[in-house]
Design a protein around this ligand. Structure first.
Ligand code: COA
Length: 213
């Protein structure tokens, strides 16, 4: 019960739960403690990233923190990402098992990301709800494949920054490799290969229009 009271913003609260002053104060206290607890990891990550000039130190921290269960993990992950990402808004909740692959990911206010999701290069705007086992890819072109005589691993590739607009909902187990316009919904199990227009519900593989909202 206590856990539920003090949990960082979850999906239901993100759409309008009540918060008493005592609960808010306790949450602030727990957030403060979390920032102190992750401070050594933040310092180590930033230092190693400066020296190595790769995202590997960030990934090491992200993988490690993803294994921290329950409410404790949610507080620690939020504190870490608020300290390291270019943007990680207020009342963000990132659940157990979810990893971020790039230190350049941007996350807006009141974003919820469920368990075991995999987050590539992207901007996630305010109030986005992301289910469990969701895969946001860094676009579609991580590996070039023009020359069949050269192994794809040697042909290079590029990461593209995917944008998930404000107040979108990505259903469980969706795979997203293109932009999703504001206020849109991606049905559970869908594969988004083309940009989704605003106020649109899409579903299936490849994701097609179900209807406008
Ligand atoms: C997209 C969604 C919100 C639509 O809900 P809805 O409006 O009640 O949809 P309906 O059940 O009326 O279905 C409308 C059409 O969309 C199709 N559809 C619904 N969900 C679909 C899915 N996941 N994939 C493909 N098509 C889907 C239906 O088959 C139906 O098609 P039809 O008109 O040809 O029969 C819902 O299906 C969904 O996927 N929600 C996400 C749930 C989830 O992941 N929750 C956990 C994370 S919080």
């Amino acid at each position: 019960m206590m856990d539920a009271m003090l949990a960082p913003m979850g999906p239901r609260q993100a759409v309008g739960g009540a918060h008493g002053p005592t609960k808010r104060a306790l949450k602030r206290l727990l957030s403060g403690i979390s920032f102190l607890l992750v401070a050594p990891l933040v310092a180590q990550t930033k230092l190693l990233a400066m020296v190595l000039k790769t995202d590997q130190p960030f990934q090491l921290a992200s993988h490690t923190l993803s294994l921290c269960p329950g409410i404790v993990g949610n507080y620690l992950r939020r504190a870490f990402y608020r300290s390291t990402l270019p943007r990680c808004g207020v009342d963000v909740c990132i659940e157990f098992g979810t990893v971020l692959h790039q230190a350049t990911v941007e996350i807006g206010d009141r974003v919820y990301i469920g368990c075991h999701s995999s987050i590539g290069e992207c901007t996630i705007e305010d109030d986005v709800l992301i289910g469990s086992n969701v895969d946001i890819l860094s676009g579609k072109h991580q590996h070039y494949f023009d020359d069949p005589d050269v192994p794809m691993r040697d042909q290079g590739g590029r990461l593209e920054k995917i944008r998930i607009g404000p107040d979108c909902w990505l259903g469980n187990s969706s795979v997203v490799m293109a932009d999703v316009g504001p206020k849109s919904i991606v049905a559970a199990g869908s594969v988004v290969t083309r940009d989704v227009e605003p106020y649109t519900i899409v579903g299936g593989n490849p994701a097609e229009l179900i209807r406008k909202r």
